[in-house]
Write a protein that binds this ligand. Structure first.
Ligand code: ASP
Ligand code: MG
Length: 417
């Protein structure tokens, strides 16, 4: 017997048939004697529709009203699931964020959870074995009492935060994939599912393009040490024996992973753009003159490389930004030309970032060097490199992204046998 949080994403609650399937998963755990809190997303596509309506109503709208609108998607699912559970003889009720409450700050549209009161849920587990069905993605601002939302994909964060608040043994994330893979299986057919992945690795994978979970939910799991288990909601509930270890990927503390391979996974993203500033004067303060205005414009700069210009006297500075910010970044640098002092700007949007991740890199030497050699043998030119303790990334032409990922996947022996 344990206390569990079960979270179901949009594709898992896409219609009433799917919601009935979810209810059977819940009933299985309840029958096995577990206390269960369920967190649900809006039905697939609903949040997109709500967001579109807000924009259509007024391109510039009050973020508090945006939240009032988009929070409703999850409320529908929570109520429907509670109805279906009741119909199956499972004691259940729905909860909206303000009813628990789930307290957040007032960053409407991207609020952070400050505190969750799980007291009433625990009381009801004990007194009447009642299943709590909680609308994900939403909370309430602690001072104004207004409804807030946690940013797209925020139900994952609701679930992990709730698991921490009620001291759950595990937070199960039921989704349309059956776990976390070494890389995107659509690109590398030989990708395999990881049994375990450390929080830190998952953070890198999630921020670098593996879209399994909201990044913030992984951060929260790491801070509160909540074991997060990613598993498929499309498995037939009847085929699962709750006494046997289920199949999926456990996101856990690195100390709970016995053996670390040098490399755990490979992520890639084509949503990158590169900007090179040519013939910048090589003097103190130049980097500040470039990156200060970009930071002020809220543009995230990722890889930065400085090289000597062709003339040998000045320097070239290359960096990457999200492709969506490319034009804005160029504009910002052009505006600051006077204070920076450079000859010209070059840029490219047809580039990709490939990242290799593994806690094992801390103890294995030469992991990155091997990759550079393998890529050069494939004639893939590396435009920039960054490294950190548990990952390195290379910037390459987008046309070679798939080839690079496959090459590295094989190189680090991640191909499934
Ligand atoms: N429904 C919200 C979204 O689509 C939250 C979530 O699904 O996690 O972003
Ligand atoms: Mg999601």
């Amino acid at each position: 017997m344990a206390r569990l949080v079960m979270k179901f994403g949009g594709t898992s609650v896409a219609d009433l048939d799917h919601i009935r399937n979810v209810a059977r998963h819940v009933k299985r755990e309840v029958t096995a004697g577990n206390d269960v809190a369920v967190v649900v997303s809006a039905m697939a596509g609903v949040t997109n529709q709500l967001v579109a309506w807000c924009r259509e109503a007024a391109m510039l709208h009050d973020a508090r009203e945006y939240d009032a609108v988009v929070a409703t998607g999850e409320e529908v699912t929570a109520g429907l699931l509670a109805i279906v559970l009741e119909g199956m003889g499972v004691n259940a009720r729905s909860w909206q964020g303000w009813q628990l409450p789930i307290m957040t700050d007032n960053a409407h549209g991207a609020a952070r959870i400050i505190d969750i009161n799980g007291g009433e849920l625990i009381k009801r587990f004990k007194e009447q074995q009642q299943v709590a069905v909680i609308a994900g993605f939403q909370g309430v601002h602690k001072e104004t009492g207004r409804v807030t939302t946690l940013g797209r994909g925020g139900s994952d964060t609701s679930a992990v935060a709730l698991a921490a608040a009620i001291g759950a043994a595990r937070c199960d994330i039921y989704t349309d994939v059956d776990g976390v893979y070494t890389t995107d299986p659509r690109v590398v057919a030989r990708a395999h599912r990881l049994d375990k992945v450390a929080y830190e690795e998952m953070l890198e994978l999630a921020s670098l393009g593996a879209k399994v979970m909201q990044v913030r939910s992984v951060e929260l799991g790491m801070v509160h040490n909540v074991p997060i288990f990613v598993r498929s909601s499309f498995e037939r509930p009847e085929d699962i024996d709750p006494r046997k270890p289920p199949s999926g990927t456990l996101i856990c503390d690195e100390g709970d992973i016995v053996e670390h391979q040098a490399v755990t996974g490979i992520a890639f993203s084509k949503d990158e753009a590169q900007i090179s500033i040519r013939r910048v004067q090589d003097k103190p303060g130049v980097a500040a003159a470039i990156f200060g205005p970009l930071a002020d414009a809220n543009i995230n700069v990722d890889m930065i490389v400085q090289t000597v210009s062709a003339d040998g006297k000045t320097t070239d500075l290359t960096f990457t930004v999200p492709a969506a910010d490319y034009e804005r970044a160029r504009g910002t640098i052009e505006k600051a030309k006077g204070s920076i002092g450079y000859e010209r700007l070059d840029g490219a949007t047809d580039i990709a970032k490939v990242s290799v991740i593994g806690i094992g890199m801390r103890s294995h030497a030469g992991v990155a060097a091997k990759a550079f050699k393998a890529l050069s043998e494939r004639n893939i030119n590396i435009r920039a490199i960054t490294t950190s303790e548990i990952k390195f990334s290379v910037l390459i032409d987008a046309a070679y992204a798939e080839l690079a990922v496959r090459t590295l996947h094989t190189l680090y022996e991640l191909d499934k046998a």
